[in-house]
Design a protein around this ligand. Structure first.
Ligand code: ZN
Ligand code: MN
Length: 145
């Protein structure tokens, strides 16, 4: 599966196939989810959307995220003490790097996860269906501060 194709178009198409009404607000939300800059929370998306659509509610943001999530078009990263964050760019399990200072989350480009998964399967006999791999630290920008 390739993620170089336009994720926004793919997400719109997927939701349209289920015959969901595409409002300008919903399209704007999908665009932010597809770009996944820093892996936004619902509140971060809400703050962006409000600039162009002041009447949008946080509930609308959540509804769209839930829909995209149900269709496997967005990956949810749950945190117990912080807001959940979302990745529509790459909606399958993959490792994340989390900056504990500015809270941004990025996708490292790694080949080693496939090897790790194969090793785990070989060692344990598990049928692995999902994984969550987070690295915490301080990003280069925050290190300069
Ligand atoms: Zn940072
Ligand atoms: Mn990601």
């Amino acid at each position: 599966m390739s993620y170089s194709t336009d994720r926004f178009e793919e997400m719109v198409e997927a939701l349209r196939q289920r015959d969901h009404r595409m409002t300008p607000q919903r399209l704007a939300i999908l665009r932010i989810l597809a770009a996944s800059n820093g892996h936004p929370s619902a509140e971060m998306i809400f703050d962006e959307i409000k600039k162009d659509f002041p009447s949008t509610s946080l509930a609308t943001i959540y509804k769209t995220i839930t829909l995209a999530k149900e269709m496997g078009e967005v990956l949810e990263l749950e945190f117990s003490h912080d807001s959940n964050r979302y990745d529509g760019k790459k909606p399958v399990p993959h490792p994340h790097l989390i900056c504990t200072e500015c809270k941004k989350i990025i996708d490292p480009e790694l080949d080693s996860v496939n090897h790790l998964q194969k090793e785990i399967i070989r060692e344990t006999g598990f049928k692995v269906t999902n994984h969550r791999l987070d690295f915490y630290g301080i990003c280069p920008e925050c290190q300069k501060k």
